[in-house]
Design a protein around this ligand. Structure first.
Ligand code: C2E
Ligand code: CA
Ligand code: CA
Length: 426
C-alpha cells in the first residue's frame, strides 16, 4: 500500500497557490489504479466566481489572500487520504479517495458551502465567495482519469451557466453542449455564406435629430426565422470566430454607412478583440479601405470585456484612441462599474444600460442612477447615451436628467440599410 502516493496536501507542493493540473491528472490516474471494488472516487471541481474581478478591484495581493483563505478553508473538508489541487487560475479540485457511497460527494459539497458562508475580509470589506461546483464519480460516470477530470470541469461550467450551486455530471447534460457545437457550426457557415447581416438603430440627439447609428447583427436563417445576436454571439466566441466576425461587422458597417457623412457609426466589440494586439491595425485598415474619418467610428465595449484582461485591454484601447477612434462603455451601470475605467481609459461615451431607462418614470428609483451617471459623464467630459428608451415618459425623463443622446424602440427600432437611407432623406 505504501507504494501508492496518497497523501494529498503534499500535492500542493511548497506553496498552496501553485497551479498543478498535471499533478491532478497524475493523482487521479494513480487513485483509479488502486481503488477497490465497491469503492468510489469523487472528483470535485470548484470554480471561484469573480476571482478576476477581485484581482482587478483590490489588487493581486488581496487576490492571493483570497486564494490562501480558500485553500485554508477547503483543507477543512479533506480527510488525510483526500487531495486538493489548484487546477486553474480560479479553479480548485478535490479528489475524495475513496468513498463508500456516492452521496459522500454531496456531503462534502454541503460542507464546502457551509465553510464559505462566512465572508472573507478584503481591503476591510466583507466579501462572500461564491463558487460553481461540479462533480464526477469513478466508476459511476467515468472509468478513465482524463475523462473523470473533463466531466468534473464540464459540470462546474454547467453550474456556472445554470446558476446552480452544484452539478453532478450526467451524460444527458452533454446534449446541451452538442447543441451549442451544432449552433457554432451553423453560425460559421452562415457567416461565410452571407446569412449574417447588419441592421442599424438610429441614435438621436435631444432635439430628435439622427446623429449616428448602432450596427447590430442578425442571423437570417429562413424567411421568418431571424436569430438574435444574444443567441449566436456566444457560439461565435466559443468557436474562436470572434476576430473574423468583428472584422466582418466592422467592414460591413463602415462600407454601408461611409456615405452618411454626418453620422457616427458604432460597432460592438468583444473581450476577444480587446485581447488581440493586432486589432487596432485591423481597425486602421478598415477605416482607410472605406475612407471613413476615425472620429466617426465609436467602438462599444462592456466593462466585463475590459476586465477580462485589463492590462492588454488598456493597451489596445490606448492604441485605438491614438488612431482617433472613439470609445464607448456599453451597458454602463449593469456590471462592475468602476470609476477607475472612466478615469484611466480613453473613453468618450457612456451608454447607460437599457434596464435603467426602460422603466424610467419621474417616481422611479432608476432616475437616481440615470441622474448620477449623467453628472458623472459631465464631470469627466463624456457624452452620455441613454439606450432602451421605450416610451414618451422615458424619453422626457432621460432628456431632463441630462442624457446627451437617446436610443430605443420608442424613437426607432433597428432598421435595414434601405430604411435608414429613406429615414435620412426625409
Ligand atoms: P447591446 O450592444 O446592448 O445592444 C442593444 C440591444 O438592445 C439590441 O439588441 C437592441 O436591438 C436592443 N434595444 C434597442 N432599443 C431597445 C429598447 O427600447 N428596448 C429594449 N428592450 N431593447 C432595445 P440586439 O440587437 O438583440 O443585440 C443584443 C446584443 O448582442 C447587443 O447588446 C450586443 O451586446 C450584441 N451584439 C449585437 N451585434 C453585435 C456585433 O456585431 N458584435 C458583437 N460583438 N456583439 C453584438
Ligand atoms: Ca452596444
Ligand atoms: Ca447596451
Amino acid at each position: 500500500m505504501s507504494a501508492q502516493p496518497r497523501t494529498t496536501q503534499l500535492n500542493l507542493f511548497g506553496s498552496p497557490l501553485e497551479r498543478s493540473r498535471e499533478s491532478l491528472f497524475e493523482t487521479v490516474r494513480l487513485a483509479i489504479g488502486s481503488v477497490k471494488l465497491k469503492q468510489h472516487l469523487v472528483l470535485i471541481t470548484i470554480d471561484i466566481q469573480e476571482f478576476r474581478e477581485i484581482n482587478m478591484l483590490y489588487g493581486f495581493e488581496n487576490g492571493d489572500f483570497v486564494l490562501e483563505t480558500v485553500v485554508d478553508r477547503l483543507q477543512g473538508v479533506l480527510r488525510p487520504q483526500d487531495s486538493l489541487f489548484r487546477s486553474g487560475d480560479d479553479e480548485f479540485s478535490i479528489l475524495l479517495n475513496p468513498v463508500l457511497h456516492q452521496d459522500h460527494g454531496l456531503l462534502a459539497v454541503h460542507k464546502i458551502h457551509q465553510l464559505f458562508e462566512r465572508p472573507i475580509m478584503i481591503a476591510e470589506t466583507e466579501h462572500t465567495i461564491d463558487m460553481n461546483i461540479g462533480l464526477s464519480l469513478y466508476p459511476d460516470t467515468a472509468i478513465e482519469g482524463e475523462e473523470l477530470v473533463r466531466q468534473s470541469v464540464f459540470a462546474s461550467y454547467l453550474a456556472k451557466d445554470s446558476h446552480d450551486e452544484c452539478v453532478i455530471y450526467d451524460a444527458s447534460l452533454e446534449v446541451g453542449n452538442k447543441q451549442r457545437q451544432l449552433v457554432s457550426q451553423q453560425v460559421k457557415e452562415a457567416l461565410y455564406s452571407g446569412h449574417i447581416r447588419l441592421v442599424y438603430q438610429p441614435i438621436f440627439d435631444r432635439n430628435g435629430g439622427i446623429k449616428g447609428v448602432e450596427s447590430l447583427s442578425r442571423w437570417v436563417r429562413g424567411a421568418n426565422d431571424t436569430v438574435s445576436p444574444a443567441d449566436f454571439i456566444p457560439a461565435i466566441e466559443e468557436t474562436g470566430l470572434m476576430q473574423r466576425f468583428t472584422q466582418w461587422a466592422l467592414n460591413t458597417a463602415l462600407r454601408e454607412c461611409a456615405d452618411f457623412a454626418d453620422l457616427f457609426i458604432t460597432v460592438n466589440i468583444s473581450a476577444t478583440n480587446l485581447e488581440d494586439p493586432d486589432f487596432p491595425d485591423l481597425v486602421k485598415r478598415a477605416l482607410s479601405t472605406w475612407s471613413v474619418e476615425p472620429s466617426r467610428l465609436i467602438l462599444e465595449v462592456t466593462e466585463t470585456a475590459v476586465m477580462r484582461d485589463v492590462e492588454i485591454a488598456h493597451h489596445v484601447l490606448d492604441r485605438l484612441s491614438e488612431l482617433g477612434v472613439m470609445l464607448a462603455i456599453d451597458d454602463f451601470g449593469s456590471g462592475y462599474s468602476s470609476l477607475k475605467y472612466i478615469r484611466d481609459l480613453p473613453v468618450s461615451y457612456l451608454k447607460i444600460d437599457g434596464s435603467f431607462i426602460e422603466n424610467l418614470r419621474s417616481d422611479s428609483e432608476d432616475t437616481v442612477i440615470v441622474d448620477a451617471v449623467c453628472k458623472l459623464g459631465r464631470s469627466f467630459g463624456l457624452k452620455v447615451i441613454g439606450e432602451g428608451v421605450e416610451n414618451e415618459e422615458g424619453q422626457q425623463m432621460a432628456i431632463e436628467l441630462g442624457c446627451d443622446l437617446l436610443q430605443g424602440y420608442h424613437l426607432s427600432r433597428p432598421i435595414e440599410l434601405a430604411q435608414l437611407e429613406q429615414a435620412l432623406e426625409e
